[in-house]
Design a protein around this ligand. Structure first.
Ligand code: C2E
Ligand code: MG
Ligand code: MG
Ligand code: MG
Length: 285
């Protein structure tokens, strides 16, 4: 009898798995059409300089509003886009849309900010990525110093020699480079010295409980100190409370990003924030 139950359980589980796979296949084919159908859009999250209390950049974050699946989280569709290769086309769309948006803000007269764009593993492996980025920058007439590319430790560790070469090429173009989700990968600290990056982003998993968890606090302090000694800008992700802000400010963390300041918002709302920051500056003069 117990055998039968086991069997039934197995069948039930198998059916569920089949459903999930079918769903993923359907989602992948839907995602393939998403760019052309204009179902993808970008939202932007401010990066705040903690000592000036001023917005210095924004990170572009991708959203997919699918007619078939509703709002799909990037945690779900980015890996799917990676597996199926669709990420290359999507990634180019993100780069070009984000870069053009930043130029539009400058053309509207706001003081220049940087735009940060996440790269995917597969996108980073593309041999012509540097040229593609260079062309988009030229076409949109954005100065390369106002673009920051975000990558993860794991991405850069694969194919180390090629990665370093690619990063050097980006650097020589004047593009900023940031190591995202820092502390969650398996990289050795010696890579930090080899990679020609400008910025470290402390993963939000360390920020979340750093006020109540002394180990997280130690890790955050250590990362800030490493970043300082290597002359890298250090950014805290997932900053949600005033206590977070005060702690980070005390530890001389350069920048912060998180719901405390703003959720990722459409470009029009970024313009309101930029306008406010201009009037606040005028007020203090
Ligand atoms: P990420 O690059 O580390 O982005 C930060 C994530 O944290 C974003 O999630 C953001 O909405 C979220 N976040 C920001 N502030 C807070 C906060 O205070 N609390 C909490 N709990 N979360 C906060 P999102 O937008 O869902 O993106 C998830 C991940 O998807 C990103 O992590 C990035 O790895 C990837 N992703 C997003 N857009 C793109 C893209 O255009 N291209 C690629 N390749 N990956 C992307
Ligand atoms: Mg990021
Ligand atoms: Mg991150
Ligand atoms: Mg991430």
């Amino acid at each position: 009898r117990s055998k039968e139950i086991g069997k039934n359980n197995y069948c039930f589980f198998q059916t569920e798995l089949d459903d999930i796979n079918k769903n993923r296949l359907e989602m992948a084919s839907s995602l393939r059409k998403a760019v052309g159908n204009e179902e993808l859009y970008l939202v932007y999250q401010p990066k705040i300089n903690l000592s000036l209390n001023r917005i210095v950049g924004v990170e572009a974050l991708l959203r997919w509003n699918s007619p078939d699946f509703g709002m799909v989280s990037p945690a779900v569709f980015i890996p799917l886009a990676e597996e199926t290769g669709i990420i290359v086309e999507i990634g180019e769309w993100v780069l070009s849309t984000a870069i053009k948006q930043n130029k539009k803000w400058q053309d509207k007269g706001f003081s220049p900010i940087s735009i940060s764009v996440n790269l995917s593993a597969r996108q980073f492996l593309q041999t012509d990525l540097v040229q593609k980025v260079e062309i988009i920058l030229q076409e949109s007439e954005l100065h390369p110093s106002h673009l920051i590319l975000e990558l993860t430790e794991t991405m850069a560790m694969n194919n180390l020699e090629h990665s370093i070469e690619k990063l050097e090429q980006f650097k020589s173009l004047g593009i900023g480079l940031s190591l995202d989700d820092f502390g969650t990968g398996f990289s050795s600290l010696s890579y930090l010295k080899k990679f020609p990056i400008n910025e470290l982003k402390i993963d939000q998993s360390f920020i979340r409980d750093m006020i109540i968890d002394s180990q997280d606090a130690s890790i955050v302090k250590a990362i800030i100190s490493i970043a300082k000694s290597l002359n890298l800008t250090v950014v805290a992700e997932g900053v949600e409370t005033e206590k977070h802000v005060n702690f980070l400010h005390q530890q001389q963390c350069d920048q912060a990003q998180g719901y405390y300041f703003s959720k990722p918002v459409p470009s029009s709302e970024i313009e309101n924030i930029l306008k406010e920051s201009v009037t606040n500056e005028k007020k203090t003069v």
